[in-house]
Design a protein around this ligand. Sequence first.
Ligand code: CA
Length: 222
Amino acid sequence: MRNILLVEDEPSIADNIVYALKTEGFTPTWCQTGRDALQRLATESFALVILDVGLPDMNGFDVCRKIRTISNVPVVFVTARKDEIDRVVGLEIGADDYVVKPFTPRELTARIRAILRRTESTSPTPAAAVFAVDGERCEIRYYGAPLQLTRYEFRLLKVLSQKPGRVYSRDQLMELAWEEPDTALDRTVDAHIKTLRAKLRAVRDDEDPIRTHRGLGYSLKE
Ligand code: CA
């Protein structure tokens, strides 16, 4: 993902950064206030956030603290005062790096590339990468291998993979995956889970990504 959120209230600085990011192949989204940034982060995903410390509505450090309650996205501070950052880095506010104004766009993009290299290589494989769902082709790949699924196996796995970790009851799975849930039986879900597991085991016999929660239902491992 190449989306970057830029939070900077000074248009001339923002213009320069946006231009540099685009040149480097990133897709920047620019907002001018902390509030706007937090709203964006709640609904969109970004590879990284560039955060000015001096914003009109909130202090950048407070924005970063709030970001940390909802996301682990890397944050790079932009500041006019290095002493300010030194103090805050001591507080372990959760930022990944900073640049001091004035900086060159090249300096900033080099930092960004370094952080993304680091975070992309250390983060565990997300479930989305273990399972790749192609809704249009009704195909799911598991560790890159296309699964040969029946219609309901496909729909069941698609539902589970949308929210790894969430436990779905049999009734919920029935509602979400079956076209006529009223005519199906609880056992039907169990039967499909069983065949699904066998197909997943055929790809990776050392893993069982579907978890059974006794008396509750099923989830996909996070
Ligand atoms: Ca500012």
